[in-house]
Design a protein around this ligand. Sequence first.
Ligand code: F6R
Length: 363
Amino acid sequence: DKGPYQHYMLKEIFEQPGVVAETLEGRIYKGRLLEESFGYETRELLDQTRQIHIIACGTSYHAGLVARYWFEDIGIPCMVEVASEYRYRHTVVPEGTLFVTITQSGETADTLAALRGAKDKGYLGSLVVCNVPESSLVRESDVALMTRAGTEIGVASTKAFTTQLVALRLLVLAMAKRMGYTEDDLRGYIEELHSLPRQMEVVLGLNESIEQMARSFSDKEHALFLGRGPFYPIAMEGALKLKEISYIHAEAYPAGELKHGPLALVDEKMPVICALPNDPLLDKVLSNLQEVRARDGELFLFSDQEVKIELDKYQSLTLSDIHPSTAPIVYTVPLQLLAYHVALIKGTDVDQPRNLAKSVTVE
Ligand code: F6R
């Protein structure tokens, strides 16, 4: 039932504050991580974990790429790879490595095959971040950390992605404890997670402005998404959403790579979309965007109240009350809405894009 919404995708985008809160339920309380909720077996595995290999496909892979920044921030080496490549490589598995898969459906063929193939490679064990309790990946993994996004019907994954990031954040905090962070050190991060549903509500309030912005895309054939740091995988996710539902060719690039090639594509017909959070790389991104403007590229920016943008021409929307540890999750929402509205204007089948299936159970 779509309720008042025209499409499942829009309904699922708007469900995000609720399902994020659901995913946190019983796992954090009053600034504390309730580790007991992970179960004994998971905690034992985490006690021995020194590094992490994350394997997934598509949107779930992007969640893994964001988590890599988070794990590395607390001193845990982390490798992330798409399942279809990982399966056919001879991975070197250092001692104390946890094998982590991320999958909404728990049935993705390549991810499942990667898990099966990992069994005799010397991993400590396997953990799956999954949304479907009775799925194959949950059954075959040693332990599971469930997202509670509820059934996702739109083929383009939205609420599954943001709840995956929330689950991964919980995992990062559990590992942070093991890396010597005290409860006091973690309190701020846990509060940031706690306030995430409220922050997402604020972004959802920008829906109509994003719809306005989307009008500039209706005649575009290409789009470039830029980002740096954890916002690079968010740019990848924004580009994937746009291409799969609006059929506009979209590419994501780390902003610093622009002048190593893709800048040649930029002219007045090229929309460039970028999340501009207030983070240590801000000045670098701004100077990358200056290069886009110098070639007449059209800028569409999502930014933070605290950021001063000094560029000669751009469209922007300002987000407020953003916290660094959860910012990638918050900044995902406007990109989902942008893709949705562009698709709506183009008249494509939003919930059931051509050539795609919700669960990819063949290789
Ligand atoms: C994109 C999308 C796909 C899936 C991918 C993995 O919007 O939904 O890229 O993320 O097929 O699926 P799961 O997470 O079920 O393993």
